[in-house]
Design a protein around this ligand. Structure first.
Ligand code: GDP
Length: 343
């Protein structure tokens, strides 16, 4: 699962990438290299479990971000659009701070701009395919679906806004349509505007499209990322925030690709395991080790809050909140799981 940072040149993609990953990257208008980095998903549940067990290791879920380049001319070019096809979800960075010439940002314009370009790129792909299918009549089901998509795109409706069955989604997956990809908006504001929140008009536009919106100042977050944890806390509080804004952003991105966290806890390690929503227990066990999936007997499951509140698995058992689940159980977000297996 890879998440692409997209946006117009100068919107702050590289700076956001640097703040997310701690990888120092060249920023500014000349910088034109694609970067990939993995990012730990901040998770207070893992921290609370670690307070309980004092484990040797504390391991967070990780997701991969890539800073997609391309688009030198102040516009998104082919290269940029093609790079977007390779990722599972998109985060669009919108510039809301003045550029070096003092020109204010136009986040609404950038949002509409990327939407138009991705709609057109998808339309091109779909039209070509529709033409082919009309000629060879090989797949009427797919043709009907693509005609529906073509009409929607023509009416400026992104594919992600359409009601599609799982089967239809599968049929479309091979086309890597850009407007089908989940999208999160990141408003990159000036340093002194971080506590203000999003402008009402932009918030309304995001809501109308059903998109998440995170406000941050990439420059500030870059500084925060380089501080030690105590200074970080003080600085973030002084800004009037509860935590670094990139933390909210990373969690938003994690939800965007429809992942949840299964938790494991013990004296060796407390750990979050990213799994797709809807994963049955044996397959989730397979993430830890293929032997556990193969020899799966049962899963002992307790919601993390119960475990933290009651203080031990034994106490959860006594209180009847530790459940024994079989192979059909679907893991829920925040389940602390202990697998029993036999190989
Ligand atoms: P990209 O082209 O989208 O990758 O944008 P960059 O990350 O290279 O940033 C473009 C310019 O904007 C650089 O000079 C950054 O230092 C600057 N910049 C990025 N984020 C912020 C911010 O939050 N505030 C201010 N004042 N400048 C920023």
């Amino acid at each position: 699962m890879k998440i692409g940072l997209v946006g117009y040149p100068g919107s702050g993609k590289s700076t956001v990438f640097g703040a997310l990953t701690g990888i120092p990257v060249e920023t500014g208008y000349g910088a034109d290299k694609e970067h990939v980095g993995s990012v730990k998903v901040p998770d207070p549940r893992v921290d609370r479990l670690a307070e309980l067990y004092s484990p040797k290791k504390k391991i967070y879920a990780e997701i991969t971000f890539t800073d997609l380049r391309g688009g030198h001319s102040g516009e998104l070019d082919r290269q940029a659009l093609n790079a977007m096809r390779q990722v599972d979800a998109l985060c669009q960075v919108l510039r809301a701070f003045p550029d070096p010439t003092g020109e204010p940002g136009d986040p609404l314009g950038e949002l509409a701009g990327l939407e138009t370009e991705t709609l057109l790129a998808d339309l091109e792909v779909v039209e070509q395919r529709v033409e082919r299918l009309r000629k060879d009549r090989s797949n009427p089901g797919e043709l009907a679906l693509l005609e529906r998509v073509e009409t929607a795109l023509g009416e400026e409706k992104p594919v992600r806004s359409l009601e599609l069955s799982d089967e239809e989604r599968r049929m479309l997956a091979g086309y890597s349509l850009l407007t089908a990809k989940p999208l999160l908006l990141v408003l990159n504001v000036a340093e002194d505007a971080v506590a203000e929140g999003a402008p009402a008009e932009l918030a309304a536009e995001a809501e109308r499209r059903g998109l998440g919106l995170v406000v941050l100042s990439a420059a500030v977050e870059m500084d925060i990322a380089q501080m030690d944890p105590d200074d970080q806390r003080e600085f973030v509080e002084a800004l009037g925030l509860a935590e670094p804004a990139v933390h909210r952003f990373i969690r938003g991105a994690f939800e965007l690709i429809d992942l949840i966290s299964m938790l494991t806890a013990g004296p060796d390690e407390c750990r979050a395991w990213p799994i797709p929503r809807g994963t049955p227990a044996p397959r989730a066990a397979g993430k830890i080790h293929s032997d556990i999936e193969r020899g799966f007997i049962r899963a002992e499951v307790v919601p993390w809050q119960e475990l933290v509140e009651r203080g031990s698995e034994a106490k959860c058992k006594e209180a009847g909140v530790l459940r024994v689940e079989g192979k059909d159980y679907v893991i829920a977000d925040g389940d602390v799981v202990h697998f029993r297996f036999n190989v």
